[in-house]
Design a protein around this ligand. Structure first.
Ligand SMILES: C[S@@+](CC[C@H](N)C(=O)[O-])C[C@H]1O[C@@H](n2cnc3c(N)ncnc32)[C@H](O)[C@@H]1O
Length: 208
């Protein structure tokens, strides 16, 4: 590993960079040509829950820099339509229709309402964190609720919904609703998700 000499980096940043450069998922993503190590979280979720089978229409919420969409392109059997959206720019990915927008915007909503329903909706959305535990939990819940409502509206029967949330509070009514609307509901922390992160994925399998 190259020595980290940049004097402008403070101690914490140097530590982060040192860990990042040694991280096996970072090294693997470079070999497999994925834009980020996050790719392996979706790969693991699929290995456990088999969510890619028979998917013809997929939606990737919070897609930047684009590794989940890259996994979808690689793993889903064509012909498949993949739509991806993020507030940030996502460099083009062949076979993926990319939007730079808020996924809750009226414009995006109007667009997807014109499409056939999806067989798979994945959300790796992370709102900007403030560091204040309760505020951050509420923000992430708000995003999860929006994505869940969209999934109930735009998923085919038999379709799956996967969404990141943060294990800092109770999913409450959303979990009750998910169990009514899907055949199986699980929470799953992939090995690729850093141990010190409170992120976890809600996997809602087969919409009824
Ligand atoms: C952890 S990153 C996603 C990583 C991505 N799954 C990948 O594999 O490359 C989370 C993303 O959620 C996006 N995001 C947060 N709020 C959003 C919103 N309301 N609409 C769209 N994207 C949003 C952020 O801009 C950020 O890029």
């Amino acid at each position: 590993m190259p020595a980290i000499k940049n004097k402008s980096l403070n101690h914490q940043s140097k530590e982060w960079l040192r860990r990042h450069l040694k991280d096996p998922y970072v090294l693997q993503s470079q070999k497999d040509n994925y834009r980020s190590r996050a790719a392996y979280k979706l790969i693991e979720i699929n290995q456990k829950f088999n969510i890619f089978k028979n998917v013809k229409m997929a939606l990737d919420l919070g897609a930047a820099p684009g590794s989940w969409s890259e996994v979808l392109v690689k793993e889903l059997k064509l012909p498949t339509k993949i739509v991806a959206i993020d507030l940030l720019n996502v460099d083009p990915i062949s076979q993926v229709e990319i939007f730079k927008d808020d996924f809750t915007s009226d414009k995006f909503r109007a667009y997807i309402e014109k499409l056939e329903p999806f067989d798979l909706i994945v959300s790796d959305i992370s709102p900007n964190m403030t560091g204040h535990r309760q505020t951050d939990f509420l923000r992430s819940m708000e995003m999860l609720e929006e994505a869940f409502a969209l999934a109930l509206d735009r998923l085919n029967n038999g379709g799956h919904f996967v969404a990141k949330y943060f294990r800092r509070g109770d999913l409450g009514a959303l979990l009750v609703e998910a169990k009514k609307k899907f055949t199986k509901v699980s929470s799953f922390k992939p090995n690729a998700s850093r141990k010190n992160s409170s992120e976890i994925y809600l996997v809602c399998y087969k919409k009824k």
